[in-house]
Design a protein around this ligand. Structure first.
Ligand code: TYD
Length: 134
């Protein structure tokens, strides 16, 4: 599986750093929704789903966490701890998120508004779908 980690340009100077996110420029889709997670708990694993259509991009703007991405053939772990990097997560990729640092703030950009019917929350169903044997 290709991990698509996007490196954003950081406009740093003596006052600090600044990263700008622009749809269809450094973000490879139209941004319809932004959500963020904070006050996460180190030992709690979350996610446990894939999406039929939704594309997302995850940025840890503070702290760190790890993603496990699974396309049905391969599982990859990706540590995120750099606010200048974004992890692109395509549709039909199972994700789990874990090892949250206490100060972790995880921002996610999405190409659609929230739609529960787009979620695949059952792993066996996900595997059947990606292997085309449903
Ligand atoms: P959930 O999907 O359980 O989070 P995760 O998969 O990362 O563990 O989402 C938690 C709750 O927030 C759930 O009740 C659905 C709701 N929610 C929204 O209302 N809008 C959103 O954009 C998202 C991502 C979740």
């Amino acid at each position: 599986m290709d991990i698509k980690l996007i490196q954003f340009q950081s406009h740093g100077d003596e006052r600090g750093a600044l990263v700008s996110l622009e749809e269809s420029k450094n973000i490879p889709f139209e941004i319809k929704r932004v959500y963020y997670m904070f006050n996460t708990i180190q030992d709690v694993r979350r996610g446990f789903h894939a999406h039929q259509k939704l594309k997302q991009l995850a940025i840890v703007v503070k702290g760190s966490c790890r993603f496990m991405l699974d396309d049905g053939k391969e599982k990859i772990e990706v540590p995120l701890d750099n606010p200048s990097q974004g992890l692109f997560i395509d549709s039909l990729v199972w994700r789990e998120i874990f090892d949250f640092s206490d100060d972790c703030v995880l921002v996610v950009l999405a190409d659609e508004i929230y739609d529960e019917t787009d979620y695949i929350r059952n792993y066996d169903e996900f595997i059947k779908l990606v292997n085309n044997d449903s």
